[in-house]
Design a protein around this ligand. Structure first.
Ligand code: NAD
Ligand code: ZN
Length: 347
């Protein structure tokens, strides 16, 4: 078992261990006196893993109910949130009880927001079941729901009480979801850790399972460091957005349908690196991205992507910040006027 201690305003541990889902009950008993919990999950993940989780909780003397909602981003809504509140009320959940998020980023984000707001805040545990949620969304305390005006527009910072990463669970992930998570894993290598990048580049989508625990551990450790320095997203945390300004634009151009987030990020990283880094760095990134069945570009013309970039949250009053890795393992945050960014991208 490997453990990472995250020292944010409320500290917590991340457990990284194959088979740890079955030990959830005893791990929870170690961090709280509460013996009452509600598990929140989606129908896909619930069908695969809720029973094992419930067995583990009941063996540890924890009484739990399960709330299940349909899988997919469209469930990350005020409507689902309101159904969760009603369920918690009906189950007579008190402030000393616990929510457990069993699922990907959608489940983690909405459960975290419910935990941040129900009874003005109760504890919650993250059991992330996608690669993206293990290496990214489950650590760091950003929680949110979507509203018609945009994704993640309503949310709160709320750190979990514990995060349990069981990489065995990732074996049932569709290959496309695994690839999507790998885009974020490649991102971590690019922004902070050349050795990590080389480890990723020495494998591909067919054999990455062999090194999964190591990847998850190293990515979370990078996220930990960045989040500890900038818990409330005022500067350094922006580094984690490498590839994301163009990535979000590509997702938007494709109406969030045939391009997943990871595909957008992969293409975004390659496109910015092609323009701003030297050829060996750009070539190494492309080769790595291709080995994980991710795109290195998009058919969307740059001039149609730029309006989406200007809508990006990272834009402030006429300027835009983007991340560039001129060397593998080193990222810089560059802030330029929007017009300069447009010139750079069109050139
Ligand atoms: N809070 C943050 O810091 C942060 C960071 C990045 C992304 N996010 C959010 O995360 C969400 C995306 O997360 P995601 O990619 O995990 O998507 P997701 O939660 O929708 O999961 C993707 C799909 O995989 C299925 N699935 C999950 N685990 C599985 C498993 N082990 N086996 C088989 N199927 C499984 C799910 O049912 C779903 O259909 C977005 O809403 C995004 O905004 C949040
Ligand atoms: Zn991302």
């Amino acid at each position: 078992m490997r453990k990472i201690s995250v020292n944010t305003s409320t500290p917590y541990e991340v457990i990284i261990e194959r088979g740890s889902l079955a030990r959830t009950g005893s791990l929870i008993v170690g961090i709280t006196d509460s013996r009452r919990a509600v598990v929140i999950t989606d129908d896909t993940v619930g069908g695969l893993y809720a029973e094992d989780l419930m067995d583990s909780l009941s063996d540890a003397g924890i009484k739990a109910d399960v709330f299940v909602f349909p899988h997919g981003e469209q469930s990350k809504s005020i409507k689902t949130l309101s159904d969760i509140y009603d369920f918690l009320c009906e189950a007579e959940i008190t402030r000393s009880d616990l929510l457990i998020a069993l699922g990907g980023g959608v489940v983690g984000d909405i459960t975290g927001f419910a935990a941040a707001t129900y009874l003005r805040g109760i504890d919650f545990v993250q059991i992330p079941t996608t690669l993206l949620s293990q290496v990214d969304s489950s650590v760091g305390g950003k929680t949110a729901v979507d509203i018609p005006g945009g994704k993640n527009l309503v949310g709160a910072f709320k750190q979990p009480k514990l995060v349990i990463c069981d990489s065995d669970i990732l074996r049932t992930l569709p290959e496309e979801e695994l690839a999507c998570g790998m885009a974020e894993v490649i991102k971590y290598g690019m922004i902070r850790d050349k050795d990590l990048f080389e480890l990723i580049a020495s494998h591909d989508i067919t054999n990455v399972d062999e090194i999964m625990d190591e990847l998850v551990y190293r990515c979370i450790d990078i996220k930990r460091e960045v989040v500890e320095h900038d818990e409330f997203d005022r500067g350094e945390r922006m580094m984690l957005n490498f590839g994301h300004t163009l990535g979000h634009a590509i997702e938007g151009w494709h109406n969030y349908t045939d391009y997943t987030h990871g595909m957008g990020v992969a293409a975004g990283m390659c496109m910015i690196t092609d323009r701003l880094a030297n050829k060996p760095v750009a070539d190494a990134l492309r080769k790595c991205v291709e080995a994980y069945n991710l795109p290195t570009g998009t058919e969307a013309p740059m001039k149609e992507l730029l309006p989406f970039c200007s809508k990006d949250k990272k834009r402030e009053s006429g300027s835009i910040s983007y991340i560039v890795c001129r060397e593998i393992g080193k990222a810089e945050i560059v802030k330029v006027p929007v017009t300069e960014f447009e010139k750079l991208m069109e050139g």
